[in-house]
Design a protein around this ligand. Structure first.
Ligand code: PLP
Length: 366
């Protein structure tokens, strides 16, 4: 039997991609805001229903550039430990100090009721994560940020194309960052974007992703290089044509998982939040060992033996990783810690077959 991987990149046909890159070969213009790059920006603004957005080389640099764009170079940033390590690394690499807020047990997003207790005179921003495609309590977070004069930058890497009560997710906060990594719902192989709120901010991103260069003779910043190349942008132009059909396929997998896995004692399934138009990016489950009779790790190993690759995502959580644990006490965010020890994401991608989900469900049902 074939191995079932946790994810599989969604790609166009080779012919479609070749047609898309043909003009790139003809023009010899391979990077630096080429035609494909500019076209993709316009397509994404339309798709994501946001007037201001710029592309960057990956989702991680989107986070770092968002801090730079706001001139945030020192101070504390309230964030979540229940995320991919990139979120926290971006804070630290930007000269800022992460302060960890616990999460909500039902959707794993930052618990807004715990934010204010963490605010100090050093706090400059809040960086929540729309984890697994679950959208944060954006109204409560905005109210707190306004009251205390803080910037809100959402790590929206998991939420490409989602809407909450009809509003596109890119519109939330002072900025929202996206990852277009190969494993995401929409990919440019490697890539990312920052949705911002003004033309001035877009212009700042263009300078910051290009060494701080304004013109050949003028630089305003000590910038790095975070430009997206034409081959990545061309992949994005192909993929944006197909992403809606891929989301429908993911939805089908989500619904079949619900059918096959509901009612198992000790296994809590992922549910799309009320009012959210989901992209079905991930299918996390929570294993309660006392009720299920096996730990998350035991189930993970049994799946692996059956050639099914799940992922302990996010485990270890950030404050339990070697690079952070000496400075932080994971027990200070007990819900995140508990979830991190119980969570596992099951295989999820466009085209995951019912037969494969049957195989996965059979192992979970023992
Ligand atoms: C929550 C989160 N933040 C940041 C990133 C970093 O994005 P990238 O891999 O595109 O640099 C990712 C994805 O990898 C992510 O899942």
């Amino acid at each position: 039997m074939d191995k079932i991987f946790v994810t599989r990149s969604s790609i166009p046909s080779l012919e479609e991609y070749v047609e898309e890159i043909r003009p790139v070969f003809e023009s010899h213009w391979l990077t630096n805001a080429g035609k494909k790059h500019e076209e993709l920006i316009e397509k994404l603004k339309k798709y994501m229903e946001v007037p201001h957005l710029q592309l960057v080389v990956n989702g991680h640099m989107a986070l770092e550039i968002a801090f730079e764009m706001f001139g945030l170079k020192s101070g504390e940033v309230i964030t979540t430990p229940f995320t991919f390590v990139s979120t926290t690394n971006a804070i630290v690499r930007s000269g800022l100090k992460p302060v960890f807020c616990d999460i909500r047990e039902d959707d794993y997003t930052m618990d807004a009721s715990k934010i204010e207790a963490l605010i100090t005179p050093e706090t400059v921003a809040i960086m929540p994560v729309h984890v697994y495609g679950n959208i944060c309590d954006v109204e409560a977070i905005e109210a707190i940020a306004k009251k205390h004069g803080l910037k809100v930058i959402y790590d929206a890497s998991h939420t490409f194309g989602e809407k909450k009560d009809g509003v596109g997710v890119a519109a939330f906060g002072d900025a929202s960052t996206f990852s277009f990594h190969a494993t995401k719902v929409f990919n440019t192989i490697e890539g990312g974007a920052i949705a911002c709120r003004s033309q001035e901010e877009e212009d700042r991103i263009k300078i910051l992703r290009d060494f701080g260069i304004v013109t050949e003779e003028i630089t305003t910043d000590i910038g790095g290089n975070a430009k997206m190349n034409e081959f990545a942008a061309a992949m994005g132009l192909c993929n944006i044509r197909h992403v809606d059909e891929w989301i429908v396929q993911r939805k089908d997998a989500y619904e079949y998982y619900q059918e096959k896995l509901s009612g198992i004692k000790g296994i809590k399934l992922h549910h799309v939040q009320d009012g959210v138009q989901s992209n079905y990016a991930y299918f996390p489950i929570i294993v309660n060992e006392n009720e299920y009779g096996e730990t998350r790790d035991q189930l993970f190993e049994r799946l692996l033996k059956a050639d099914i690759c799940a992922r302990k995502y996010f485990y270890p959580m950030v404050t339990e990783l070697d690079s952070y644990k000496k400075d932080y006490d994971a027990a200070e965010t007990p819900i995140a810690q508990k979830m991190s020890h119980r969570v596992m994401t099951l295989p999820m991608y466009a085209g995951l077959s019912h037969e494969d989900i049957d195989r996965i469900a059979a192992v979970i049902r023992k």
